[in-house]
Design a protein around this ligand. Sequence first.
Ligand code: 0PR
Length: 365
Amino acid sequence: MDESPQSFDRVLSSMCTPPHPVAREAAERFLATNPGDPASFPSVARLEERAVDTLGEVAGLDDPAGYVASGGTEANLQAVRIAREHGRNDANVVIPESAHFSFRKAADLLGVELRVAPTDADGRANLDAVAELVDADTAGVVAVAGTTEYGRVDPVPALADLAADAGALLHVDAAWGGFELPFTDHAWNFADAAVDTMTVDPHKLGRAAIPAGGLLAREESLLESLTVDTPYLESRTQVTLPGTRSGAGVASAAAVLDELWPDGYRDQRRRIRDTAGWLADELDRRGYDVVDPELSIVAFDVDTRVFEALRDEGWRVARTGDGELRIVCGPHVTRDVLGEFLDDLDRRAADVGTGHRANPGAGSR
Ligand code: 0PR
């Protein structure tokens, strides 16, 4: 094999981050185990129960139902499936336009009509627009707690009320935001609102190894609506989408949740929040149009030629649908890394002649 894994040094676009040392070690130890066959592999099955319990604490839910999925896509798909089981035959699901594209995959696979509500000017679900799309066939409403592009948090309690009035389930996609939001004032979780299901991914800000997503449900019966019989396994039923699953992902999630919840994640939130705020200030001082970071994602307008030049220098940066450069301030994105990035940005902006100020004043890094 002649390839090595690339370094994360210049990766500014990823919602994943190198796993915490305890997650890496647990992943290696449990590599050969299969939580999809819990009767044959009971120790990893116990770890999964622990992981789900702790994810419940993260999300404000005592006695949670759920499992460690392959990622946010599977968790969202399963949540749409739960809503469909709960609803009528020609069910629809209402999502804000900021929702992750995994909901499009889910709707396509499940034959559910997807209704997309415009967001407000700041990128949050617009309640009136959602209300207009909800009708008697609505089986589920989705709220995003930490949008992929701008880190925005939808008005979860109001959306939950709207869903409840329509007899629909409310799913919160906190795949990325779930490990930052417990340390903020946002109302987003099971304790704050009538939330039925939630996605919260250990393999993003939770610092588990990939694959480790999280699906939580308020009631066991919601998850049980997905049950299929597994006659030739020792355990007789399954609610997960895959059969064989990664023991590495499950064990790493359990280990890192044990290690970091809550104090380690609180410290992490403080660090990434400070970094995002600092970066936004630095960009603002240079004259860039910066989208105010609610959680730790910073997006700003940048000339296409500058964007391409930064990519050519090895910076792994992505753009929003509207073209802003978007930096996900995960734990590996330190001020030192961003200081180098800003130096390159200043240089490239000067080359192109965008008119932005370079490194103005003191105080960077
Ligand atoms: N929900 C939200 C809010 C997300 O942001 C994402 C992924 C998902 C669900 C789906 O999760 P999985 O990718 O685990 O199935 N958001 C990022 C994206 O698609 C994920 C990502 C991760 C992108 C690492 C790049 C990367 O290097 O943009």
